[in-house]
Ligand binder design. Sequence first.
Ligand SMILES: *Cc1c(COP(=O)(O)O)cnc(C)c1O
Length: 404
Amino acid sequence: MDQVRISMEKLAIFGGEPVRDTRIFYGRQDIEDDDIEAVVNVLKGNLITCGPAVDALEKQLARITGAKYAVAVSNGTAALHIAALAAGFGPGDEVIVSSITFAASSNCVLYCGATPVFADIRRDTYNIDPESIRSLITPKTKGIVAVDFTGQSVEMEEIRQIAKEHNLVLIEDAAHAIGTKYKGSPVGSNADMTCFSFHPVKTVTSGEGGAVTTNDEATYRKLLRLRSHGITRNQEEMVHPSDALWYNEQVELGFNYRMTDFQAALLSSQLRKLPRFSARRRDIVKKYDEAFLKLPEIIVQREIPESDTTRHLYIIRLDLSKLTCDRRQFFDALYAENTCPQVHYLPVYWHSYYEKLGYKKGLCPEAESFYKEVMSIPLYPAMTDADVEDVIHAVTKVVEYYRA
Ligand SMILES: *Cc1c(COP(=O)(O)O)cnc(C)c1O
């Protein structure tokens, strides 16, 4: 009821009928009958966690990403946490992180007792700016967490070069980027470790879920231990090796970050559809780009030619000099048209928790002006062509209303 009332109030901005009479949101999962069947089949079997579906998923993820190893975990944040620990981040270390991202990209650095240092973004691609990374390096810098924001790959060659020069561990937060390639090489095999999320708004889902991929065997072993309490059954990793069948040994402090087999089965089924999902997302992005390039008030995200992108988010950026509204008014007006946007993201260090840690406004000027001008509009494979037309119609209607 509340929601309906809010919507009616907002409609008063324009009067008249909204572009559509049902709400559409920026993202949603696409679960089909065969996905459900895959889950049910596991639930009818013997092992519903730590079983064969997780093994099969990890092999499939390694194949798709071109990485040697994949470790499935309970969510994307857990993936980032164990990756940051496997990187060896700890108290006294600085880790350079994208400023425009979900807080988890930076929280994983805090979990390890290390200090996040925020890098600015490029004005046109919205991804982390390699020049900003360079300018922030100190003798304490230990690593980089680079986020493939909206699904577009970061400038991997430049960032890898910086990491090599300064002996830094490079973690790619690819929560948005399953299915993307950089110079033909799938995301997942381009950094020291790559972290994925399979939350329902992401391109493929396991409900909750995540994974880390790597090409390094020692890192892989460490990730496996951290996922499961720091306990190993591998004698080579034990301080007191024993071949007794019952024996396992906790050799470090880990967690329970395991994924269940029914989640793994759901994700395996979803991953088989990744080419279709990617193609549909691309198709919608193309339609949006064509429509919005015609509107001088809307700035379209630049794609670097090296990234062959499966887009997770479609961001419209307002040229506020050409509009009589601010971002808030534009957002509310789109909402009143039942085209419900979201904002990705607040600069991480603007969160009050980070403010309390001592981070000040003004650190990353490009990220801060980006935040004031953007919103993400609906993008997911199950959208119909009519949905896409509605969104274009709604954005155009609001632009025309507020045109300066
Ligand atoms: C979704 C997301 C995460 C966290 O993933 P969860 O599975 O929700 O824990 C981390 N980083 C980015 C950029 C994300 O979008």
